[in-house]
Design a protein around this ligand. Structure first.
Ligand code: CAA
Length: 258
């Protein structure tokens, strides 16, 4: 389907809408243009009566997080609105009236991992890798990760991932409940489409109500709001430019806690 998008492509296969993230040169990092295109695409698929299930996947990688280079150019006073906008798009997935399946290939890091965990179901290829490495940049997860990850894998595992910034493989992600299933990389889309087909045959209103009710239990809004606030506070520290510059200069950061 030609949407005129630069980074987000959409394919419709009967009742299934497949969104593919496509920004190979930056490992599919989320820049503002992509965020904009993703939000619009989700709205289109939400309003498309033919579509019953959505799959989100990536070309080679799923998504390596927010675009670090672009983020470095954002002024501290503008970061809260950027973070709030990211939350809005990610919340669109969680609140969508149709199930969203993440089909994860390659890296799902930072905002990319947060995108995956806002989906209803995650299927990963064997080579997929997950992490919330924001602490390496002097930051915290800023697209809902501090709230959704602990609800998914438990507080201890979420703290281990977020505080160490470590990257885990698909097998470990499955063992802690971060992904539903791991399949051979070459079978990822087959597995995701099979699951989407199963759901697409069920009663759409019942499916929507079940999703809404399960989400209702999460009581996530207050924590999400606080995350936006604290992300902006971290962004205003001196450790943040040190972390980001260290990444861009491919060196180890020296954090001072100021
Ligand atoms: N933003 C911008 N560019 C990125 C990027 C990102 N998140 N991730 C990778 N890239 C770019 C790299 O800068 C590099 O570009 P150049 O060729 O111009 O140098 C290119 O993609 C390929 O990456 P690498 O050379 O680093 O490839 P690698 O195989 O050595 O490592 C990687 C791959 C482990 C994904 C590594 O690139 C990496 O650690 N990326 C950053 C991941 C990260 O920290 N994500 C969190 C971002 S902050 C965030 O998401 C906040 C939030 O919660 C909203």
């Amino acid at each position: 389907m030609d949407t005129g998008n630069e980074h987000i492509t959409v394919e419709k296969k009967k009742e299934i809408g497949i969104i593919t993230i496509n920004r190979l040169e930056a490992r599919n990092a989320l820049n503002r243009k992509m965020l904009h295109e993703l939000g619009d695409t989700l709205t289109c698929l939400e309003n498309d009566l033919q579509i019953r299930v959505v799959i989100i996947t990536g070309n080679k990688d799923f998504c390596a997080g927010a675009d670090i280079k672009e983020m470095n150019e954002i002024k501290p006073e503008e970061i809260e609105s950027f973070c709030r906008w990211g939350h809005k798009v990610i919340n669109q997935i969680e609140n969508m009236g149709k199930p969203v399946i993440a089909a994860i290939t390659g890296f799902a890091l930072g905002g990319g991992c947060e995108l995956a965990i806002a989906c209803d179901i995650r299927i990963a290829g064997k080579a997929a890798k997950f992490g919330q490495p924001e602490v390496n940049l002097g930051l915290i997860p800023g697209f809902g990760g501090t709230q959704r990850l602990s609800r998914l894998v438990g507080i201890a595992r979420a703290k281990e991932m977020i505080l160490t910034g470590k990257i885990i493989d698909a097998k470990e992600a499955e063992s802690i409940g971060l992904v539903n299933r791991v399949v051979k990389d070459e079978e990822l889309m087959i597995a995701a489409e099979e699951m989407a087909q199963v759901i697409a045959q069920k009663a759409p209103i019942a499916v929507k109500m079940a999703k809404t009710l399960i989400n209702e239990n999460q009581e996530i809004e207050r924590g999400l709001e606080k995350e936006i606030n604290l992300f902006a506070q971290c962004f205003a520290t001196r450790d943040r430019p040190e972390g980001i510059n260290a990444f861009l200069e491919k060196r180890k950061p020296e954090f001072k806690g100021i």
